[in-house]
Design a protein around this ligand. Structure first.
Ligand SMILES: [Zn+2]
Length: 62
């Protein structure tokens, strides 16, 4: 699995179908076989980055 944002492979599992990129500090979750991507803000809230990626880019590539 690669990060859709930085294409890095330094991905950590943080929960059931939830992953974290240690390179660009985004959180990914798998929903209906697609990635949803969130950025963790300084206050701990999540903001969606899904709009930044096309459907194709959010396909899961193992
Ligand atoms: Zn990344």
């Amino acid at each position: 699995m690669r990060c859709p944002n930085c294409n890095g492979k330094d991905i950590g599992k943080i929960g059931v179908q939830q992953y974290y990129c240690w390179t660009c500090f985004i959180e990914m979750a798998i929903v209906d076989n697609r990635l949803t991507v969130h950025q963790v803000e300084a206050d701990g809230s999540l903001s969606s980055l899904d709009d930044l990626f096309s459907q194709e880019e959010r396909k899961i590539q193992w």
